[in-house]
Design a protein around this ligand. Sequence first.
Ligand code: COA
Length: 260
Amino acid sequence: MSYQNLKFEIKNKIAYVTINRPDKLNALNMATMEELRAAFTAIRDDKDVRVAILTGEGQKAFVAGADIGELSKHTTVSAKEYTHKGQAVLDLIENLGKPVIACINGFALGGGCELAMAGDIMIASDNAKFGQPEVNLGLIPGYGGSQRTTRLVGRGMAMYLCLTGEIVDAAEALRIGLVQKVVPQADLLTEAKRIANLIAGKAPLAIAACKRVINDGAHLATPDALELEAAAFGDLVTTSDFKEGTGAFLEKRKPEWTST
Ligand code: COA
C-alpha cells in the first residue's frame, strides 16, 4: 500500500508511523484516518513488529485536530458515521496487541489529543501543547476524547479540558498525568526509540498480555479485573518464553524469546 498522508516504515522490529500533512498541521482528514487504519492493521499482522512509534511530521504539530474543513460539511447521519469510523481506528490502536508510543512533537488538539491517548505511552517534546477545543466549534470530542480523557486524568481534569477548551503546555500535561515524559524536541525520537527498544527486548507474549489486561481491566469491577490478571498470569506460565525467561535468569544469560 502506498500512503499519501503518512510516512510508514519498519526498522529493527519498530514501526514508525508519521502523519505527514505539515502544511495543515497534520490535521486528520478521512483519507488520513483510512491510511492510519491500513498502517496499524499491517503493524498488528506483522509478527516481526514489536512496538510502534506514532508521531507528526515537522516541529510544530503532532496533529492539530480533525480537519475542520471536512467537519463543517457534516449532517447528523454522516457525523455519527464519521465518529464511529474514527473511534474504530483508535480502538484498533488501543487493542493492537503490541505497544504504541505516541511521540507528541507539537500541537495535539482535539482529534490529535484523542489519537495520542489511544496509544499506550505518551512522550512529549517541551514545545507540545494539548487540548480538547471542540467547544470552540460548537462540538464535543468525537474520537473518544470525552471517555479516554476521563480514564487518563480523572473526571475533574477531563471536565476542565473539555469544558474550557484551554490549551495546556507539556509541563501541565505531565503534572496531570496526561503524558509520561517531557524531553527537549531534539531528543524526542531518540527517547521514543530508547523506550521502544526496551519494550522490544521483553517477552512478546507477556507484553501483549500486559497491554490487554491493563486496557480490558479498566472497564471492569476490581474483582473481575483481578480475575483477568490471574487468568493471563496462569496462561503465561505455560509458554516457552516463561521457561526461557526464568531459565536465562538462573543461568545468568540473556533470554532468547520465541513468542511461543
Ligand atoms: N483542520 C484543518 N486545517 C487546519 C487545522 C484543522 N484542525 N488546524 C490547522 N489547520 C491549517 C490552517 O487552516 C492553516 O492552513 P492554511 O495555511 O491553508 O490557511 C495551517 O493549518 C496552519 O495553521 P494556522 O492556524 O495558520 O497556524 P497557527 O500557528 O496560527 O495556529 C493552531 C495553530 C493549532 C492554534 C490553529 O491552527 C488552530 O486553532 N487549529 C485548529 C485547532 C482545533 O480546533 N482542533 C480541533 C478540531 S476538532
